[in-house]
Design a protein around this ligand. Structure first.
Ligand code: ATP
Length: 240
């Protein structure tokens, strides 16, 4: 279980996250929605432990062990992985080298092919292509998604995997979530796309740095449509 307890984040004397309490259990899919500037990426960075995103208040626990002071690499060793909104460009690596961490990670050919198929890339066409110049933004995003799957995360945090020009399909994201759960992992997905809520067991609305709603996807979808879609102000939570 991954748990955020009363987590707040202040930057430049401004609250970015306010008293966040969230629990992510094993084999769950959580979707976090919210308007621009609500604090969604910051929440992902706090969970991953990026530099500059240590909670100002509150603690983070993994299986009741306090991991608030652990670095990114230490959290990654415990099975927490973040897929960036903008995948990083690694120069001079083929897709195969990238997915196997330069050959350091033992991955069978069938696993490589399976995850590439899952993210919609033909292994025959892509395994030996260079990650950098030869791939489009959307293709790199798919490669990044495949790399997260191969790591068999306990907690995969995805910051808008579905944004960008080459939008990933709902079916693909569903398949990715299913595979993570099959391997006993959990997915925490940050998204702008309302239809993505349907893949979740639990959905949340983040507004002005606060979790203002948590519940089953259909309830959260109704809330979002009624209050957030029509909201004419930014990050001032509406009252039900
Ligand atoms: N390192 C930082 N220093 C100062 N302010 C920051 C920092 N990181 C984020 N912020 C501010 O915190 C607020 C939330 O930003 P964040 O990127 O987390 O929102 P978001 O919900 O992910 O937005 P978007 O949907 O546009 O990506 C914004 O006002 C942003 O300017």
């Amino acid at each position: 279980m991954l748990r955020l307890q009363n987590v707040s984040l202040v930057r430049d004397s401004k609250f970015i996250l306010k008293n966040i309490n969230l629990t992510f259990n094993e084999k769950e899919v959580h979707v976090i929605m919210g308007p621009n500037g609500a604090g969604k990426s910051s929440l992902a960075y706090v969970i991953m432990g990026l530099e500059g995103y240590k909670p100002t208040e509150g603690r983070i626990f993994l299986d009741d062990v306090d991991i608030t002071d652990l670095r990114v690499d230490e959290r990654a060793k415990l099975g927490i992985h973040l897929m960036w909104q903008e995948p990083v460009r690694f120069r001079g690596l083929t897709v195969r080298q990238y997915l196997t961490l330069g050959g350091k990670m033992k991955v069978s050919q069938s696993d490589l092919e399976e995850v590439l198929h899952l993210v919609g890339l033909s292994p025959g066409l892509y395994l030996n292509r260079m990650v950098d110049e030869l791939l489009s933004g959307g293709e790199r995003k798919r490669v990044e998604l495949a790399s997260i799957l191969l790591l068999r995360p306990r907690y995969a945090i995805m910051d808008e995997p579905d944004s960008g020009i080459d939008i990933l399909s709902l079916d693909m994201i569903k398949a990715v979530a299913q595979r993570i759960v099959e391997h006993r992992g959990s997915l925490v997905m940050i998204t702008h796309r309302e239809e993505m809520v349907s893949i979740a067991n639990v959905a949340h609305v983040l507004c002005d740095g606060r979790i203002i709603q948590t519940g089953p996807p259909d309830k959260i979808m109704r809330y979002y449509k009624s209050f957030c879609d029509v909201c004419d102000h930014t990050n001032v939570p509406a009252k039900e």
